[in-house]
Design a binder for this molecule. Structure first.
Ligand code: NI
Length: 170
């Protein structure tokens, strides 16, 4: 396994629309394993392949308190979105920032596992919020898109500056 580099907002590669996975093979298994390692090391509760510069519809998540319940969603799709809930969201591609985002409260997720087997999950709470956040990534969307233009500019400016400083230091 290998830890992968996470793209940082406002990197334009985070705007790519991810393609569906068509081959459930060893390459996909390696990608999922590397993404899980990257997510746990960060640490984070969810990671989409787009964030590690792989524009495929692959998501790993672990919303458990013990951090021992890895969930893998390949080609996830949402249906039966209902209710509304607000929570503080953050993102591994937007380090150091959190803000309130409104999402559906409950959703049904249809996806495939790493072997290509289809499954369905009825999700609420953190799982529902997290999968909506991750599927946004697969569609080139980031949680800051829900914030005011002023906040987006402030965040983009700060992160660009930090990136420039870290490149210089490297
Ligand atoms: Ni994110």
């Amino acid at each position: 396994m290998a830890k992968l580099d996470i793209l940082i907002y406002p990197d334009h590669r985070l705007r790519r629309i991810a393609r569906p996975v068509t081959r459930f093979d060893g390459e996909l298994e390696r990608l999922v394993a590397d993404m899980a390692e990257t997510m746990y090391a960060a640490p984070g509760i969810g990671l989409a392949a787009v964030q590690v510069n792989v524009p495929k519809r692959v998501v790993v998540m672990d919303v458990s308190a013990q951090r021992n319940r890895l969930q893998v969603f390949i080609n996830p799709q949402l249906s039966q979105l209902a209710g509304a809930t607000e929570s503080q969201e953050g993102c591994l591609s937007v380090p150091g920032f959190t803000d309130t985002v409104q999402r559906a409260e409950t959703v049904t997720i249809n996806a495939r596992d790493v072997k290509g087997r289809a499954f369905e999950v009825a999700a609420d709470d953190m799982l529902a919020v997290c999968i909506q956040h991750e599927i946004d990534h697969l569609n080139g969307k980031i949680f800051v898109d829900y914030l005011s233009r002023m906040k987006q500019q402030r965040i983009g400016k700060k992160l660009r500056k930090e990136q420039a400083a870290s490149v210089q230091a490297a």
